[in-house]
Write a protein that binds this ligand. Structure first.
Ligand code: SF4
Length: 982
């Protein structure tokens, strides 16, 4: 629990009954600054206590909308990230072979001139030869815009290897999704069904929410092959088989449909299930919605026995039947197609149970519980509201079943349809944006899918020319793809091509492989930020390292000619770059957590926030965003230069945050806009905006009015507000696209219709996976797998105390997770004679690793798992070469091939979802074999020790943080006056 410093001062002094004075809460700092945590992507508000200019203590900000004062272990350990010996100190230029770690330190001017020279040549000749990929940063509104201004379509952030299935599945279905897009109605829900949620994602809000769920006596069911973290406190844990989630969800749908426990009125009001679908097999319109001359979808009015536009009022839509339209075509309601599919025996609990790994009776019980809570524990709030048709409702009716899902279901090659299946289930129960259900967070909902389309078509990429739009977007038809006349990809990661048409976040995991192969074309420079692609961010890590160092035998040049890399720490990627731009820590920088990017809103209203520097860098480092703007100005990018060629944002990132306008009146931050700082949302630039944020503890928020709180997809008061704020283009309702016409358009192209069709080798794949209704199919690894050879699934989990690889440079956090184990179900292990602490070989179709085993009960018996990204390469992160992270720690990445095995056509697809290109990390199948006694003791594979880079001081054997804060006088002052940051 957080305590306010002032409060502590007031009541901290105590005298015991015996008269001894006890200072229970001594002052720890001489200054407190507010900013935003960045020890994970959750973005909690923090108060940083400084003493003599050094960070003394970090506490949660009790007023902050994200965490309400809660601070997790990672957040408080930010001190050790600030003072980590792994921090880079100065720009570096490679002087030895790539991978040797031989660098010379250079001045920033030389670094920026070098980068400008490399990049300007590309921009003058062919901008797409720059591939710009960023990791888990939070400035994608800037980096994506920078790529557009540069003119390259080859840009993406980490979403493609994280959870794009979750985002795309939701955005194409209900115009929103989970995490930044939406959240359970924590206060009112009576039943929470959570799927595959990592403990480090949205960490504090989920913990706060779960505490409410438990305190309210609601039921919390966690679906996850592993019972750790949130699953450990669930009322019921469903340890299902990885990759089978959609079977489970659609079996629930089967049961609800069979029992008639679906909210028909809700579906009629808010979904496209009443819309009529044309039945004309073999034609170019089969499976599309029947539309009137004005383009409006049609429904069949049961009362009038005729077709009518869906937008009209007073209709009683037919949900079943087959109807002849005025023009003679045949059509049937999407509801009927949906019901027929899921009522089929394929989705009955008895059919799916063996594959899901739980009993049919249990699936039936969960379905009955969902129905009972949704329909018999209805919530009624006396709050009138008006829908988009102008119809007034006296009350808000809630179905208090909520759901939340993340990467566990997303990171499979069947993840997109699984995510859509969950949204279908929510909608059938009438539980989307209602009291007790799932709630959108502004700026969502948005039209499903939202605009814009990705830029980067032929003709849109030209020397010295910005692209006409953003490199990432939302295709809605084959014409939106980035392919040439032969249907070949135009992007280096093959995003938005026929391989993965809806790859809204790109395919970062394919950037290195494709650049190395020159497929679809060679690039010149790979520019990356915060992306540890030579280690835990890469599939097939060993080969990725080889690709980064491989040379053309004829020219002797690297196959990826230049690599620029920005990072704050000496990660495994640093030695494989040619030019290093050292970044600051999160406590040394300005940032904005913007509505243009991934904001911190809650269901109660929009919010955004900033980071301010709370401490000066003690190294020659610069914030990456400021460097990017500087490079943009040196390159003469139009958005970053004034008419006279001078930098538009000479003050760097804070200058941009305040003064950049994406559209007139729309900038990075929504608070305190307008010349006088009195406007919210839209408004002129306010030169004092950052000061206003700082005065408000670095965040801004706006509360929705009670009548705007629910049914945001159809609520006139909310839709008008959202349109006025610029969240949505206009106040039209957001209709749930449960039957997806977008997917059907791609399927029709694969069937030979339309001007833009897939090349022959992709036709069958597109036709199969672009199903307008969610469906389950075996993951590609499962489908290819010989069960006897690789009988186990293998997945990673993220611990609460470590965010990906962000904790191994942190002296406190690495004491919690200094090494990892391969966790095996006790029964499975014992059947193979494996005991706790034994060393085992874990093999996949792609590779083999050695790790130490730990047995447990709380895991699906057919699944093994480990903590993500704990294993480190020797020499990286300024750890000792015998650090446990390297000698006992390991990665599953070595077992995962970034490509699927060759198909009949000879083609090798990415190991990814065929719809979105989401990296299918969790499809992995393995075998476990006990290692011989003489093989015990060292994890494998091991790589040569990375050389210690120039300028990085050797880490001390013992970190003595805090020693300098110790006061001999009891006055709380550091005795040496230098603070504790050494
Ligand atoms: S949940 Fe993430 S952002 Fe919040 S305090 Fe913990 S590490 Fe920081």
């Amino acid at each position: 629990m957080s305590l306010d410093t002032e409060a502590r001062k007031n009541d901290g002094d105590r005298t015991t009954d015996e008269g001894h004075f006890v200072d229970t809460s001594p002052a720890v700092s001489d200054e407190v600054k507010y900013t935003t945590c960045y020890m994970c992507a959750c973005r909690c508000g923090i108060k940083v206590h400084l003493k003599n200019g050094a960070v003394r203590y970090i506490e949660g900000n009790p007023n902050h909308p994200v965490n309400r004062g809660v601070l997790c272990a990672k957040g408080s350990a930010g001190i050790m990230t600030q003072y980590s010996p792994a921090r880079l100190r100065k720009p570096l230029l490679r002087v030895g072979e790539r991978g040797s770690g031989s660098f010379k330190e250079i001045e920033w001017e030389e670094a920026l001139k070098t980068a400008t020279l490399w990049l300007s040549r590309i921009r003058n000749e062919d901008p797409k030869k720059l591939a710009f990929f960023t990791g888990r940063d939070q400035s994608q509104a800037l980096t994506g815009w920078w790529a557009s201004q540069f003119g390259t379509p080859n840009y993406a952030a980490h979403g493609g290897f994280c959870s794009v299935n979750m985002a795309a599945g939701g955005l194409y279905s209900i115009g929103g999704s989970f995490w930044e897009f939406g959240e359970p109605d924590w206060d009112r829900t009576r039943y929470l069904l959570m799927f595959g949620v990592a403990e480090d994602h949205d960490s504090n809000p989920i913990k706060l929410g779960l505490s409410k769920v438990k305190a309210n006596g609601a039921k919390f069911v966690s679906v996850n092959p592993v019972r750790t973290g949130y699953s450990a406190i669930a009322d019921e844990w469903i340890g299902l088989t990885p990759g089978s989630d959609a079977l489970f969800v659609l079996a629930l749908v089967h049961e609800l449909l069979k029992a008639g426990k679906v909210d028909v009125d809700y579906l009629i009001r808010y979904s496209n299930l009443p819309w009529l679908v044309i039945e004309a097999p073999g034609t170019a319109e089969d499976g599309l919605f029947a539309r009137g001359e004005d383009g409006q979808p049609l429904i069949w009015d049961r009362a009038a026995q005729r077709q009518r536009p869906a937008v009209e009022t007073g209709i009683k839509p037919a949900l079943k039947g087959r109807f002849t339209l005025d023009d003679g075509r045949t059509a049937l309601p999407a509801f009927q197609i949906m019901a027929a599919r899921y009522l089929a025996a394929d989705y009955s609990p008895d059919s799916v149970a063996p594959r899901v790994g739980i009993s049919a009776a249990r699936i039936r019980r969960i379905a009955a519980e969902l129905a009972q809570v949704a329909f018999e524990q209805e919530i009624v709030i006396d709050q009138p509201w008006t829908d988009w048709k102008g119809e007034r409702h006296e009350k808000m009716i809630g179905r208090p079943v909520s759901m939340h899902a993340m990467r566990g279901i997303s990171a499979h090659s069947n993840g997109f349809h699984t995510c859509r299946a969950i949204h279908l289930l929510q909608a059938l129960l009438g539980a989307v944006d209602c009291p007790g259900g799932f709630r959108y967070k502004p700026p969502f909902p948005r039209p499903a899918p939202p605009g814009p389309k990705p830029a980067g078509k032929e003709g849109q990429v030209a020397p010295n020319t910005p692209m006409a739009g953003p490199p990432l977007g939302f295709p809605t038809a084959p014409e939106d793809l980035l392919v040439d006349d032969a249907g070949q990809p135009l992007r280096i990661d093959k995003a938005f091509s026929w391989e993965n048409p809806l790859s809204n976040h790109g395919l970062m995991h394919m950037a290195v492989t494709n650049a190395w192969k020159g497929d679809p074309y060679p690039i010149d420079t790979l520019f990356m930020f915060m992306a540890n692609m030579a280690w835990n961010s890469a599939m097939n890590t060993g080969d990725t390292i080889r690709m980064l160092t491989d040379k053309d035998p004829d020219s002797g040049d690297y196959k990826i000619p230049r690599i620029i890399y920005a990072d704050a720490y000496y990660s495994e990627m640093v030695p494989y770059a040619d030019l290093i731009l050292p970044d600051t820590t999160y406590l040394e920088r300005w940032d904005c957590i913007s509505m243009l990017d991934r904001p911190i809103c809650s269901a109660e209203g929009p919010a955004d926030s900033i980071r301010q520097p709370v401490i000066e860098p003690d190294r020659d480092v610069r914030a990456f965003q400021t460097v990017l703007l500087d490079l943009g100005a040196r390159l003469g990018l139009p958005g970053m230069t004034d008419e006279d060629g001078s930098p538009k944002y000479p003050g760097g990132y804070p200058d941009y945050i305040v003064n950049h306008e994406r559209q007139p009146g729309v900038g990075s931050l929504m608070g305190w806009r307008g010349a006088d700082g009195q406007s919210s949302g839209k408004g002129a630039v306010n030169p004092k905006q950052l000061e206003a944020y700082i005065a408000n503890q670095c965040f801004w928020q706006e509360e929705l009015r009670p009548e705007q709180s629910y049914y945001k997809h159809a609520n006139a008061a909310y839709l008008n507000y959202a349109a006025e704020r610029g969240f949505i283009p206009n106040a039209s309702p957001i209709v749930f696209q449960l039957y997806s016409e977008v997917l059907q358009r791609f399927r029709l192209a694969a069937k030979g219709h339309g001007a833009q069709q897939p090349p022959e080798i992709h036709r069958e794949r597109v036709e199969r996976y672009f199903d307008p209704l969610p469906f389950w199919y075996a993951t590609f690894e499962d489908a290819d797998n010989d069960e006897t050879r690789f009988p186990l699934h293998a997945i990673t989990q993220r611990p609460m105390a470590m965010y990906h690889s962000w904790g191994s440079m942190n002296a406190w956090l690495r004491q919690i997770h200094g090494s990892n184990r391969i966790y095996i179900h006790r029964g499975t292990a014992e059947a193979q004679g494996i005991a706790d602490d034994d060393w085992v070989w874990v093999s996949s179709r792609h590779g083999k690793i050695k790790a130490q085993a730990r047995l447990m009960e709380g895991v699906n018996p057919g699944t093994v798992w480990t903590w993500n990204a704990i294993g480190k390469r020797r020499g990286a992160w300024n750890l000792a070469s015998d650090a446990p992270e390297a000698t006992k720690g390991f990665l599953l990445n070595h077992l995962i091939d970034e490509l699927l095995p060759e198909r009949e056509s000879g083609y090798r697809y990415a190991c990814a979802d065929p719809v979105t290109g989401q990296a299918a990390w969790y499809d992995l199948r393995v075998r476990i074999d006990k290692a011989a006694p003489e093989e015990a003791g060292l994890s494998e594979p091991q790589f040569p020790v990375l050389k210690h880079p120039k300028g990085l001081a050797r880490a001390p054997k013992k970190l003595r943080y805090g020693a300098k804060f110790h006061s001999k006088t009891g006055d709380g002052k550091a005795s040496d006056g230098k603070g504790g940051g050494s």
